[in-house]
Every structure is written in C-alpha cells, then in structure tokens.
Design a binder for this molecule. Structure first.
Ligand code: SAM
Length: 455
C-alpha cells in the first residue's frame, strides 16, 4: 500500500519506536468479521461453521466472512462487520426500554448492534444525513427484523430541534478521515492530506454540539472514529471537556490488545486516557477510537404529561374503516398474536410506529417503525419487513421451503407445493429462517419477494 509520506512522518513522530510495526501492519490484509442476530430464533450455524473464531470482546461477534447470497445473510441472521467496529456497540451498552440515537448510522453496523442489545425494546432512532445511504440503512435494518427502530434522513441540526434532552444514549460514529480503514478501503488514501484531519475535526465538533443538546441529564454520549488522527480523537474529546463542563469522561474497558487514549496527543488532560484506541499492530482488527461521556447527573423523570406540541398528525395517519378491517382479517388469519403499538398510514403503506416517538410530522422519516404492508385495491399485502421481524412460531400459518425452493423464491419464481392446504397468506420458512410471505392459490405459492432484491 502506498501511504502518503506526510502520513508516515506524522506517525513516526507520534509513535516513535512503535512506528515500524504500525506501518507494517497497515500493509497486511484487513480482517473480516460478522455478528449474529440475537433477535432471530436460533443461530446461523452454517455461517458460524466457517468462522475463524470468536471476537473476545463482543459476545455475538466472530472473525470470518459472510456469503452475501446465503440464507443466513439474506434473512438477517448475520451482519458483516469489521471486528474493531463491533466494540463500539458494546461500549454504548444500550438497555432495553431506553431511547437511543445513532446519529451517523449508515450503513447500519452499529444500529443493528444497538437494537440487538436493546432486545428490540424501547426506541432506536437511526439517522443518516445522505439519502442514498439512509436507504441502505433502512434496508439493512429491515433485514435485521427490528420493530422499534425509526430511520430518519436528517442533519444533526434539524434533529436537535425535534429532540431536546430526549435520548438516554447517543452514538456519534463520526464521519472521519478514515485512516483506520486504509487497508480495508485503500481508496480512502486518495482523500488524505495533512489538513484533512483538522477539517474533519471541525465538522465533528458541529455534530457533537447538536448531539449534546439531545442528551437527557445523566445520558451517555459515545464518540467513535475509525481514524488514528489525534485531531479527531483525543483533541475532540478534550474539546468536549473544555466546552461542556457537564460532560464527564467514563472509563472504556480496554481488553487485551486495546490501548488507552493518549493525553499527550491533546492537552495532557489525564482523563483522556479513559478513551481507548485500537491499533492494527496490537489487535486483530482495523483502527478505531472510542470515548464515552456522561452528561451531568440523572434527574427524576417527570410523568409524561408534558405537552410537547399539538398532535396535528393524529388523524392524518389514520386508517379508513375498510383498511382497518383488511388488516384485522390478515392479522387474525396469519399473525393473531402480533400486537401493533400504533398503526400509522403513509399513503398506502402501513407501519407500526414504536412507542416513545410522536414528533413525526416535521421529520424526514424513511422508516417510521416496522413496515407491515401495503393496501392495494380491496386487499392487504404483507411486507417482507414484517416477515423478517417474525419468528416462525409467531405465525399461525407457515409454509416450509427447502433450500432449493428458497432459491427459487428469492429469484422471483412461483413455487409449486405437493400438499393440500387452504388458500391464503403464509409465512415462508426455510430451515427456521422466516424469509417472506407467499400467497397460496391451489398448489402454487405466488411470489411477493420485492423485485429489486431478487437474485
Ligand atoms: C463512519 S460512518 C458511519 C458508519 C455506521 N455507524 C455503521 O456502523 O455502519 C459516518 C456516517 O456519517 C455520515 N455523515 C457525513 N457527514 C455528516 C454530517 N455532517 N452529519 C452527520 N452525519 C454525517 C456519513 O454519510 C456516514 O454514513
């Protein structure tokens, strides 16, 4: 790998004797990993059988690669994520029932991890500023099968106005100079110049300022980057401590192979050693920095009688009587135990909006919770997202597919079965993986797998 000479000189100066090992590690192969999905009803044994061991600091993490066309991947039982990046979610440590914001979330590695740790209870707002990337984020979260995640496509400045002092935890996985990913994504080297880290640091401070306004008293902010640059790492952590007297650093546990933050690379404040650094010459993974802060002390929560703003949307998202009946009929016959939190209608699309979020009018929302399906002329068509959010035991009507039939299904073919079954909607299941809905008419399963996802 051809590293810029100014980059090498910088890290020779900062790392001294360690620099040769550091620079040599950047010329080695990057490491792959994956996390398994605890929201699904079982383990992705096929993918796990090809793993190259467990990641010691992430209970759901493995070293190894995922086949993007495998049943495990397509149905969201695994997420491909670089091993160092997996530690960030563990540091955030979100709890079931909390309100959590992943402010820079696409493509969704950390969001899928956070909602798993939350056991899909509470509220995760996964935000991405760029629309194209936000669409990928929504798709990855859909595959993961989460009910309580809302995907927004907003700037941090816009969100701060909607959610003042709202979140228990916020993750800023900041857009950065990406030095830690050079060996995984060498194209990033082309953007690098000596001023780039300072430019990124400036942008990161604006994001941090917005995030702090959205933290509840006592709330947690985790700030992470995938760069080695002190300007974006310790110097930004120090900027937080200097500018926000309520923000205190919390110790991030350093597992074997992890380094502490380097106070001497900022203003010497010993608190900065509470952050951690992941260097590729010390750990099996790419470069990362993670710092954790607490915002003041918690105050007792007021009962929820505060009136935030007029609920002008309360009727605009409501279902008509006919639509309500169509959905209830589907629910009764296929998923009688599914209890929606709040049904909301966007055009013809029906969603289940998680509890805890009401301010949806003024936000650019790509996914207002779980997509349940679409109303067509006098019928309701359940979505792939709903299928992926259900375990087979949650459906009253399931249809077992062989792996070969599943391949036909994701290819868009109709499937013929040899049993006599009642016509209607079925949750399609292959080797315990819920994989979509199919409509049985006589012995033919009509294919509703989205055209854009077929392969
Ligand atoms: C490091 S990536 C996030 C990776 C993601 N957390 C994951 O684990 O998959 C940083 C994200 O920040 C977004 N971003 C860029 N500029 C931003 C800004 N000014 N405010 C908020 N997010 C921004 C990028 O588009 C990018 O998706």
């Amino acid at each position: 790998m051809q590293l810029p000479s100014a980059f090498k000189t910088k890290y020779q100066r900062l790392l001294g004797d360690e620099a040769p090992a550091f620079l040599a590690a950047l010329n080695e192969q990057s490491l792959s990993g994956f996390r398994v999905n605890p929201l699904k009803d079982g383990l992705p044994q096929k993918t796990i059988s090809q793993a190259k061991g467990k990641v010691p600091y992430v209970p759901t993490g493995y070293y190894g690669q995922v086949n993007g066309k495998s049943l495990d991947h397509v149905t969201g039982w695994v997420y491909s994520q670089e091993p160092s990046a997996m530690y960030v979610g563990e540091v955030v440590d979100p709890q079931p029932g909390e309100r959590v914001l992943d402010l820079c979330a696409a493509p969704g590695g950390k969001s899928t991890h956070l909602i798993s740790l939350m056991k899909d209870q509470g509220l995760l707002v996964a935000n991405e500023i760029f629309r194209k990337r936000a669409l990928i984020l929504a798709e990855n979260l859909e595959r993961w099968g989460t009910r309580n995640t809302v995907v927004t496509n907003e700037s941090p400045e816009k969100l701060e106005k909607q959610f003042p002092k709202f979140f228990d935890r916020i993750l800023i996985d900041a857009p950065c100079s990406g030095e830690g990913m050079f060996r995984k994504e060498p194209a990033g080297i082309e953007y690098w110049n000596t001023d780039y880290p300072a430019e990124c640091a400036n942008r990161q401070q604006k994001i941090i300022a917005s995030a702090i306004k959205m933290l509840k008293p006592g709330g947690i902010l985790v700030y992470s980057t995938c760069t080695f640059a002190p300007e974006e790492d310790e110097q930004n952590a120090s900027w937080i401590l200097k500018n926000y007297s309520e923000m205190q650093m919390e110790e991030v546990k350093a597992y074997p192979g992890m380094d502490h933050g380097r106070p001497e690379w900022a203003d010497g404040n010993p608190e900065l050693a509470k952050a951690i650094r992941l260097f590729p010459h010390h750990i099996k993974g790419e470069g990362h920095f993670v710092a954790k802060f607490r915002y003041g002390t918690p105050v007792a929560e007021k009962p929820l009688r505060k009136k935030r703003r007029k609920k002008k949307h309360s009727n605009s998202y409501a279902l008509t009587k006919d639509q309500q009946e169509l959905f209830t009929n589907f629910q009764d016959s296929v998923i009688p135990n599914y209890q929606p939190t709040r049904l909301v209608l966007f055009g013809e699309q029906l969603y289940d909006l998680p509890a805890g979020i009401s301010e949806i009018d003024d936000l650019n929302i790509l996914r207002p919770g779980l997509h349940l399906g679409t109303f067509k002329k006098r019928r309701f068509e359940p979505s792939l997202a709903l299928a992926l959010a259900l375990t087979p035991t949650e459906a009253k009507k399931t249809l077992e597919l062989s792996e070969e039939q599943w391949r036909q299904y994701v290819h868009g073919d109709t499937i013929t079965i040899d049993k006599e079954l009642a016509s209607g909607w079925y949750l399609l299941v292959c080797d315990k993986h819920s994989c979509g809905f199919g409509k049985l008419v006589q012995k033919t399963v009509k294919n509703f797998y989205p055209k854009g996802l077929r392969f």
